[in-house]
Design a binder for this molecule. Structure first.
Ligand code: GUN
Ligand code: ZN
Length: 467
């Protein structure tokens, strides 16, 4: 028995580059999404053209929109309650004042269980069906996170945040060099592909997550490189921060270069953290590696990421909040790197990926001179959905409504958020179908707010937020 969802469909079909997203944009005002018993899409097209011979149950969503679930490629689980924390400064001050103390609270198992519930509930509310989640230092908090995600039926890639050095404010989050590797290896054994027994079909995956270069030593990076060499064939991910804060002298990037003696920040993750050598020989870069931010990269760094298939989680809301600057949109994409959206909650104070795309539109239009660009609404949708699936190296499984993919989607009812309803019903005055399509999608993405997300589906099954 199939389930057929009727509604207005938007998605980015096929496997386009970001620049080709507009040509790949599909708009079906009277669309049908047909899903079989195991959650696979068997048809996406005009409702009147669907095969006549299917046995189906119909869910008619009226004039609601059906779009692929949002993918958040960078969000911090232990910062669920730290959104809009006043840190009195940029990245390093904010970490010391607000974030390290907040993350230390997850040592308490009761607190960890509560924050895992709230984090998962927020993800469901904002329709983030897949996410690369920067984890807690504490294994029992990670267990709570994986357990809640599994219960809700959400996709999750996560790993405990690894820190082996830091000042007094970070003390509770630090481990020995040995525990850094052993706890991470134990998490991989416990959770990687745990829900189905195979990472190829699982909703749950694990990652190796050194917080950033300043939270670890050359020894930690060398050991994690060795661990990665052992587990990368099993599809384990790597996730960390790169080139976020460029305050001269004592900011993140200058401090990394000084401490590690590297030419570029990326070298620390690329097995090159001693000048001129590749200690350990194992790079952490690859198709399952996502670097958060990458705001201030050199051309060499961008090309190295492109060459290794490493992706970028672009987090403009957070970059505004911490005064980190603007990732050059055109220059970064021109290298062929996959750039996907990241909320970076809690430095980002928007959970909803369309709000992140909205800020991306504004900041990149405001880039100086020729760099300024009005991102096409199709490219916005691409960045928040299919590019995220690509960054997670799971584009074959989800991210759009191509036949054969797992059905991750949102039902958006504009009537649940009257300002959006008003824009869509009164604001679109286009002379031709293509303009109407682009304007409708843009208004939908810019005007969307959480209350309008009526239902959230992963692999064809409606997910439920924890109580
Ligand atoms: N760099 C190291 N840790 C963090 C973090 O928690 N948030 C952000 N935005 N950058 C970081
Ligand atoms: Zn972050």
């Amino acid at each position: 028995m199939s389930i057929t969802h009727l509604g207005q469909i938007f998605h980015i079909a096929g496997r386009p580059a970001a620049s080709g997203a507009d040509a790949a944009l599909v708009w079906l005002p009277d669309g049908a999404l047909v899903i079989d018993d195991d959650g696979t899409i068997t048809y996406c097209g005009p409702r009147d053209d669907r095969p006549a011979d299917i046995t189906e149950t119909i869910r008619d969503h009226g004039d609601a929109f059906l779009i692929p679930g949002f993918v958040d490629t960078h969000i911090h689980f232990p910062q669920t309650y730290s959104v809009d924390a006043y840190g009195g400064g940029q990245l390093l001050e904010w970490l010391d004042t607000c974030i390290f103390p907040a993350e230390a609270r997850l040592a308490d198992p009761e607190f960890a269980a509560r924050i895992a519930c709230d984090f998962t509930a927020r993800r469901v509310a904002v329709g983030t069906t897949a996410a690369m989640v920067f984890g807690s230092a504490f294994p029992q908090a990670q267990d709570a996170l994986f357990t809640e995600s599994q219960r809700a039926g959400m996709r999750l890639v996560s790993g405990r945040g690894i820190q082996t050095v830091g000042g007094a404010s970070a003390a509770a989050l630090l481990t020995s060099e040995r525990d850094a590797v052993e706890l991470t290896a134990a998490e991989i054994e416990r959770w990687h592909g745990a829900d189905t027994g195979s990472p190829d079909t699982a909703l749950l995956h694990t990652a190796i997550v050194p917080r950033f270069a300043l939270s670890v030593t050359t020894e930690t990076l060398g050991n994690l490189g060795e661990l990665y060499a052992e587990v990368r064939d099993r599809g384990v991910y790597v996730h960390t921060h790169l080139n976020e804060n460029n305050r001269p002298g004592d900011g993140e990037i200058d401090t990394v270069k000084k401490l590690f003696g590297v030419e570029s920040y990326l070298d620390t993750y690329d097995g090159k953290f001693l000048p001129g050598s590749r200690v350990g020989g194992t790079s952490l870069l690859g198709r399952r590696t996502i670097m958060a931010h990458a705001v201030h990269c050199t051309d060499t760094e961008l090309h190295r990421m492109a060459e290794t298939g490493t992706s970028i989680a672009h987090c403009p809301v957070s970059q505004l909040f911490l005064g980190s600057g603007t990732m050059p949109w055109r220059r970064t994409l021109a290298t062929g790197i996959t750039v996907a959206a990241g909320s970076d909650v809690g430095a980002g104070d928007e959970w909803l990926i369309s709000r992140v795309l909205s800020d991306a539109f504004k900041v990149h239009l405001s880039e100086p001179g020729d760099a300024g660009v009005a991102i096409h609404p199709a490219e916005m949708l691409f960045t928040g959905t299919l590019a995220g699936a690509r960054a997670l190296d799971m584009e074959d499984r989800f991210g759009n409504f191509d036949v054969g993919k797992e059905a991750d989607f949102l039902v958006i009812e504009p009537g649940r958020w009257p300002p959006l309803d008003a824009i869509l019903s009164q604001g679109i005055r286009a002379d031709d179908a293509e303009t109407a399509r682009d304007q409708t999608l843009f208004a939908l993405l810019m005007g969307l707010r959480e209350p309008a997300i009526a239902e959230v589906y992963v692999r064809g099954r409606q997910v439920q937020a924890p109580d």
